[in-house]
Design a protein around this ligand. Structure first.
Ligand SMILES: C[S@@+](CC[C@H](N)C(=O)[O-])C[C@H]1O[C@@H](n2cnc3c(N)ncnc32)[C@H](O)[C@@H]1O
Length: 237
C-alpha cells in the first residue's frame, strides 16, 4: 500500500451528535473531497503483515470467539444453507466457525488481500473448496457488480478499513443493494468512545454505527453484542 501523507484533521462532529453530518455539512454519499482518509499503519496485502495479523488476532482479543458464536447463531436462524457474503474476510476465522456449524452454507469471502485469501485457504483446508474467494476492494465504486444477491452479509473488524467513518453509510447502502428482501446484515467493528477506540475519524461511535446503518437504508437495527471495544449489529433489508 503506498504510504499516504498524514491526514489533515478537520473536526467532523460535535460530541453527542448522532446525525451523520460531517465538516462540510454533507453525508457520506457525496461532497466529501476535503476530508482526508486516515492512513493505514500496515499493508494487509503483504503476506508478512497478513500473517502477523492472523497470528495475534485471537490473542489480542480472545472475546472474538464470542462474536463468532453470535454470528453463527444469527446465521443458523436463516436455515440449513444460507448464502453468505463476508466483507474483509481476512484469514478465514469467521468462515471456519460458520462452515463448521452450518456446513452447507454457500459462503463467499471478499477481501482485497490475496495473502489473506491464501491464509484463509490454509486455515479452512478441504472446506476451502466450497468457499468462493473474491479479490475485491469494498472502497471501489463497483465492488458489488457481478456478486449476485445474498441472504446474509457479514463483516468483522473490517468496516474501519474504509479508513474514515464518513464512508460507512455508502458502504451500508451498497450492502443493502446486495441483500435479498428480508436479508440480514451483521456488522461488527470497533467503536469509538468510552471502552473503545480513541480515533474519532477512523471509528464510529456506537450511536454513529447505528445512524450509518439507518442512513444506508437498513431497518430493524439491533445491537446484538458489545464487548471489548467491539459492537455487533444486526440490520435487515
Ligand atoms: C483487521 S482484518 C479482519 C479480518 C477478519 N474479518 C477477522 O476479523 O478475522 C481486516 C481485513 O479487511 C481487509 N480489507 C482492508 N481493506 C479492504 C478493502 N478496501 N476491501 C476489501 N478488503 C479489505 C484486509 O485485507 C483484512 O483481511
Amino acid at each position: 500500500m503506498p504510504i499516504l501523507p498524514p491526514a489533515r484533521h478537520i473536526p467532523t462532529r460535535s460530541e453527542g451528535q448522532t446525525e451523520i453530518t460531517w465538516a462540510n455539512g454533507s453525508d457520506s454519499l457525496g461532497g466529501m473531497e476535503e476530508i482526508a482518509d486516515v492512513p493505514s499503519p500496515i499493508d494487509l496485502r503483504e503476506m508478512r503483515s497478513a500473517r502477523a495479523w492472523a497470528q495475534t488476532a485471537m490473542e489480542k482479543r480472545p472475546w472474538r470467539k464470542e462474536f463468532f458464536e453470535t454470528f453463527d447463531c444469527l446465521l443458523a436462524a436463516l436455515g440449513p444453507s444460507p448464502s453468505v457474503l463476508e466483507l474483509g474476510s481476512g484469514p478465514g476465522f469467521l468462515a471456519q466457525q460458520v462452515l463448521q456449524s452450518i456446513p452447507s452454507a454457500q459462503y463467499t469471502a471478499l477481501d482485497f488481500s490475496a495473502a489473506m485469501h491464501a491464509l484463509a485457504q490454509e486455515r479452512l483446508g478441504p472446506v476451502a473448496a466450497q468457499v468462493q474467494f473474491v479479490l475485491g476492494n469494498f472502497k471501489e465504486a463497483d465492488w458489488m457488480s457481478s456478486l449476485g444477491r445474498f441472504q446474509a452479509i457479514v463483516t468483522l473488524q473490517a468496516v474501519h478499513e474504509l479508513r474514515h467513518k464518513r464512508h460507512a453509510s455508502r458502504l451500508f447502502a451498497q450492502v443493502k443493494s446486495l441483500l435479498v428482501p428480508g436479508g440480514i446484515f451483521l456488522m461488527c467493528d470497533h467503536y469509538a468512545g468510552p471502552g473503545g477506540m480513541a480515533d474519532q475519524d477512523l471509528y464510529m461511535s456506537i450511536e454513529e454505527q447505528e445512524a450509518a446503518l439507518r442512513t444506508g437504508g437498513l431497518g430493524k437495527i439491533t445491537l446484538r453484542l458489545r464487548k471489548g471495544g467491539l459492537a455487533l449489529w444486526k440490520a435487515e433489508n
